[in-house]
Design a protein around this ligand. Sequence first.
Ligand code: GLU
Length: 513
Amino acid sequence: MSNIRVRFAPSPTGPLHIGGLRTALYNYLFAKSRQGEFILRIEDTDQARLVPGAEQYIFQALDWLGITPDESPLHGGPYAPYRQSERVDIYRKYALQLVDEGKAYYAFDSPDELQAMRDRLKASKVANQQYNAITRVSMRNSLTLSATQVEELMAEGVPYVIRLKVPPKEDIRFEDRIRGWVKVHSSTMDDKVILKSGGFPTYHLANVVDDHLMKISHVIRGEEWLPSAPLHVLLYKFLHWEDSKPEFAHLPLILKPDGNGKLSKRDADKQGFPIYPVSWTDPEGDQSVGFKERGYLPEAMINFLALLGWNPGSERELFTLKELEREFSMDRIVKSGAKFDIGKAQWFNQHYLRNKSSGELCDYLKASLEAQGIVATPDKILQVVEFIKDRAVFPQDLWEHGKVLFLAPEQYDQKLVQKKWNHQVAEVLQNLSESIEASSEWSAEAAHSLLEEQLERVNWGFGKILPGLRLALTGEGKGPDLMKIMEIIGKQETCNRLNNAIARLANIIIDRA
Ligand code: GLU
């Protein structure tokens, strides 16, 4: 076993968004490429922001992609529990240790006092109104109060937090695997709360303590966490874990399709693509359709996400999960933001859909047929699948493009009727129908020669009849090869559809006349 241990550490404050899913995937791939472990840890210490169903949703989304954690609240593991709300005592112990060692302190300031401090600073034109090395000396905390006063306040039950005592003048540096050296001066940092008044830790403390205790070797997470990293580095130092601190890798942002800023749910809604892996209903009952329900295949999603911020170092684009587990490398994660291109996701989807066996494709179509209450023979289903599959991007397209092969048109595209239907067309199709009726063999080729015969009689080219023929057979103006459609729906159905259209559209011609 290698020493590589990475974690995906979402907070169940809402549905996982596509960026979170990519973070999970990169962690997973990095672990697998190095024979390491992939851990899922639920960071639920911000109890006020918890959203019911969000934790379950995380499992569901990973499960859909086939990214199975080696350790998690569901899978267990040697460092359980993996849900932070079940580890509160652990964090408290470390917070107290930091206080004991003079690296953190109790702060009793009320919300009003904090506001007054900020107002004061604002009035003196101080840009950052922070609780920090300068302001802490004039606040109500264990640095300014005597030990007895502190004890008294605690005994009275006055709420307090524990704040980290950030040194006033120190360069904090660390090397990020993607971004290189990062240097921050401690004077720009505030004395972050590490333990809240209810006894719960904040994200920073819990995250660092767990990464250490769970022996995490690499922290791979979104770029939005980069500003927190210096604080984490300081915590490692204060907790005497500097030598075993994990390596950091902050992943590039996923950008809007035009590259202008971070991709948001609003962009996705506006442009009509999903942003959540699987469908999500928020507590108010608002529903968002997920990639899964839109018909994206997990294989396509994995391939798409893998290349959204990582490149294999070659022109190659197609990778299965297993291949990525071998090929993925941290060094090829890109630094700059990755533009989200839904067209690319669809391209991958089409590829993986085409690659499915006929049996699987038939199952998709069968499910749609069943939902519509349509009974069809396995032979016909297979024939339709073979005929349609190259046009399909999503599994449901097999039905969308194939339904004309199961259902006669209920209506006819009115614009096309106006443009393409007339007495001569009706007459040619009438004759065609009769010749089909009288013919003995049936195939796309047979249909073609029967049509050719009729066209020769009136001296027409195919172009003159095909729109009307398609309209009569499908009600539409576009679609797959008509001769093949006639073959698949069969001789009798072809005649029925032609006769029906001629009868139903006859009135329209009269109306127009
Ligand atoms: N709980 C944080 C989140 O919601 C984890 C950030 C990290 O990976 O450190 O994304």
